[in-house]
Every structure is written in structure tokens, then in C-alpha cells.
Design a protein around this ligand. Structure first.
Ligand SMILES: NC(=O)c1ccc[n+]([C@@H]2O[C@H](COP(=O)([O-])OP(=O)(O)OC[C@H]3O[C@@H](n4cnc5c(N)ncnc54)[C@H](O)[C@@H]3O)[C@@H](O)[C@H]2O)c1
Ligand SMILES: [Zn+2]
Length: 368
């Protein structure tokens, strides 16, 4: 058993829904003990995907069983397309056939896709089941497993169906990141850079060296990134759980990012890659509306360009703007951005003229 010093504990203070994020190395084998400590019901279903199951499912099930849990699993194919109502319905059927009741816990073991989908199942099956997040990608450890946003995609838009359903605890085992392909590390770095720009200039300054170390899977760096980002996310979520104000700053880079992701059919660019490009473009917009100065703009640009990224597929500027207008955060078809004023401080959603957005997209050769 690791001593408690080797586990970093960050609290997400949300009144009666308060929960801890536990970060450490080689923690999966502690799942059972931690589940018991957090009062998880005896019966639990681990939802995971076909890439993660062979690597980490046996350790989790074994640990749960050793601590007296009746643990079974549901393994779904890997990939963003699984975040669908069709997949959710199949899982509901499996749960009903297993006679899962209100006293069954759902444990999400995997990346953001598994976390969002399993969380959605936990929020909706029989009006809500206890839920645990065991994130295994950098993106899910620094971002998606914390904050309770769960959901699935609709053919007309990403994350359009969902709920707020907080986990009982989050278990981030840094050792699982050793098997993560480099491209998935890059995706996580997208959200890591985001935290530096929106909230913490000192963290941003330390990122330059850290990014290269993270790409080499350096455990100490990854662990520091996860702990610092979870602290920042916890700060934001605890002040604005349901995104009525402050939480919207987490969307920096995402308005353009989502449009690029969609334009590439969710294949050319992964979420974190699109967010990195989105942050670059949104920083340029901020410069052109006179918010951020040239030097700070360059620092953000240089940091993003130090991350290996696939090219942005070119698409029509009308199409990109249409996607941005339909963003679920937009209430009146005006396009709004979280814009950096300087590294570490951003605006709340700010309307930007479409002409200016098109010009930036064209200057970057992303649109015609
Ligand atoms: N709920 C939120 O607040 C929130 C925030 C950000 C992103 N998201 C969502 O998260 C999703 C993206 O998450 P993601 O980037 O983790 O993608 P993902 O879940 O698709 O995982 C990426 C790939 O890595 C594999 N994988 C997972 N863990 C592994 C490991 N340890 N070793 C080897 N392979 C592993 C997966 O099978 C998958 O192929 C998107 O759907 C996005 O909308 C949600
Ligand atoms: Zn994101």
C-alpha cells in the first residue's frame, strides 16, 4: 500500500457533493480500498474501452473483489463515435439484464470518452447512480474527469445531450499514462496550456520545459501537470458548478477548436489538437481587438508551436462561422470568445465581429 504522502489529494468543495481527486503512481491496485473508504455500494460495474481493458481492467476488478465488491465490466469499442445515444441504449440494456439497481455504482475506467459516456449512464439510469472516475489519459486526468460534466454527442452537435453528475471520487493513476501514445499526450497538453493562459502566468512560464518532458512521458512532470491543473479546475468549478459565469473561461480555445474539429469530421484533428490551434487563433483575435499585447501574443504562439501538431484541414469560412454560431454557449447567434488580456487573465465571453474572425482564419490559411 503506498503511504498517504505519495498520494496527492485535491478537494473539489461543492457542499454535500464535495469530493477528492487522488493523484499518485501505481494507484489502480488501491481502487477497492478507496471505493470502500468512500462508501461505494457493494455492487459495481466498470465501464471501459477495448484499448484500456487489456491494460488496466484486471487490476481494477481484482482490487475491487479483494475488498468484497461484486464487480463486473462493460467494454465498449474505443473512439469518440461511442459517445452516442445508441451506445448508451446498449449499456442501459446490459444493466437492466444484469438487474442493476439504484445501489449499483458505475466506475469509468478510461479517457474522456469513457468518462463522459459512463457518467451520462450514471446520471440517467434509474434517475442516477453513484459514480467514480478513474481517468487514464492526460486529457481526462487534467480536465474531463473533474467537474461533473457528463454527456454524449448528437449528430447535430458535440456534447449536446448531458447532465451535471459529480463523481464520489476521482482516482488519477499517473502510471497509466506510460502506455499513452504521444498524440494523446499532445491532446492533454492542449488543456494544460489552456489553464496556464486563463489562470496562472507562473504555471505558463514553467510550461516550456515541461512540455518536452511530458512528451517523453516523464512521470514527475506529468504528475505536476495533473495536480496543478486539477487544483485550477477545482477552483473554477467550486465557484461556478453549472457554468453561469466563471466556468465559461474553461472554453478558451474551444469556440474555434470545436469548429475545426467538426470541419475535419472529428478525424483530422483530435479534441486537444483542435483546442491548441483554437487558442492560437483566439489569441490572434485578442491582439486584433486590442486586448493582448504583441509580446504576450508571441509567447502564447511560441508555446503552442513547440507542440507537434497536425495541419489544420482547410474549409470554408462560412461553414466554420456557422458552427461557431451554433455553439451551445451562444444564445443569440452572436459569436463569443474567451479572450486573453494577458497570460493568466481572460475576459468572460465577448462578442467578436464575424469579419474579423474570417480575416484571422484566412490569414492562418485555414479557410477560403
Ligand atoms: N466532461 C468534460 O468536462 C470534458 C472536458 C474535456 C474533454 N471532454 C471530452 O473528452 C473526450 C476526449 O477524451 P480523451 O482525449 O481522453 O479521448 P479518449 O477517451 O478517446 O482516449 C484517447 C485514446 O486513448 C486510449 N487510451 C485511454 N487510456 C489509455 C492508456 N492509459 N494507454 C493507452 N491508451 C489509452 C483510448 O482507448 C482512446 O483510443 C472528448 O469526447 C471530449 O468532448 C470532456
Ligand atoms: Zn476541451
Amino acid at each position: 500500500m503506498p503511504n498517504s504522502k505519495s498520494v496527492t489529494r485535491i478537494t473539489v468543495p461543492l457542499g454535500e457533493r464535495t469530493y477528492p481527486i487522488l493523484i499518485g503512481d501505481d494507484l489502480l491496485k488501491e481502487t477497492g480500498r478507496l471505493a470502500k473508504e468512500h462508501g461505494i455500494p457493494r455492487s459495481c460495474v466498470v465501464i471501459t474501452d477495448t484499448n484500456v481493458a487489456p491494460l488496466y481492467l484486471p487490476a481494477v476488478i481484482k482490487s475491487l473483489q479483494r475488498h468484497g465488491f461484486e464487480a463486473s465490466s462493460i467494454v465498449i469499442p474505443a473512439g469518440e463515435v461511442q459517445k452516442s445515444l445508441r451506445r448508451a441504449e446498449k449499456i442501459y440494456t446490459q444493466l437492466l439484464r444484469r438487474r442493476a439497481g439504484r445501489r449499483t455504482a458505475i466506475i469509468a475506467l478510461g479517457g474522456g470518452v469513457v468518462g463522459d459516456l459512463a457518467g451520462f449512464i450514471a446520471a440517467t439510469y434509474q434517475r442516477g447512480l453513484p459514480f467514480v472516475q478513474v481517468p487514464t489519459t492526460l486529457l481526462s486526468q487534467v480536465d474531463s474527469s473533474v467537474g461533473g460534466k457528463v454527456g454524449i454527442n448528437h449528430p447535430l452537435g458535440k456534447n449536446m445531450i448531458g447532465a451535471f453528475h459529480q463523481p464520489l471520487f476521482v482516482l488519477a493513476d499517473i502510471s497509466t499514462l506510460q502506455t499513452l501514445p504521444e498524440r494523446e499526450i499532445v491532446c492533454g497538453l492542449g488543456e494544460v496550456v489552456k489553464y496556464g493562459v486563463i489562470l496562472d502566468a507562473a504555471f505558463f512560464s514553467r510550461l516550456q520545459g515541461g512540455i518536452q518532458a511530458a512528451l517523453r512521458h516523464d512521470t514527475k512532470t506529468l504528475r505536476r501537470f495533473v495536480a496543478e491543473c486539477c487544483t485550477m479546475k477545482s477552483f473554477v468549478v467550486s465557484r461556478d458548478e453549472r457554468e453561469d459565469g466563471l466556468r465559461s473561461i474553461l472554453n478558451f480555445g474551444h469556440t474555434i477548436g470545436h469548429a475545426l474539429e467538426k470541419a475535419g469530421g472529428y478525424r483530422s484533428l483530435k479534441h486537444g489538437e483542435a483546442v491548441l490551434w483554437g487558442m492560437l487563433a483566439e489569441t490572434m483575435i485578442s491582439r486584433r481587438v486590442g486586448l493582448i499585447d504583441r509580446e504576450q501574443e508571441f509567447r502564447i504562439y511560441d508555446l503552442i508551436r513547440s507542440v507537434p501538431l497536425p495541419e489544420v484541414p482547410r474549409s470554408s469560412s462560412a461553414q466554420l462561422l456557422r458552427t461557431m454560431r451554433n455553439d451551445k454557449k451562444s444564445t443569440d447567434a452572436q459569436i463569443r470568445f474567451i479572450l486573453p488580456r494577458s497570460i493568466g487573465t481572460v475576459t468572460l465571453p465577448t462578442v467578436v465581429e464575424e469579419k474579423l474572425i474570417s480575416r484571422v482564419l484566412r490569414d492562418l490559411s485555414w479557410s477560403y
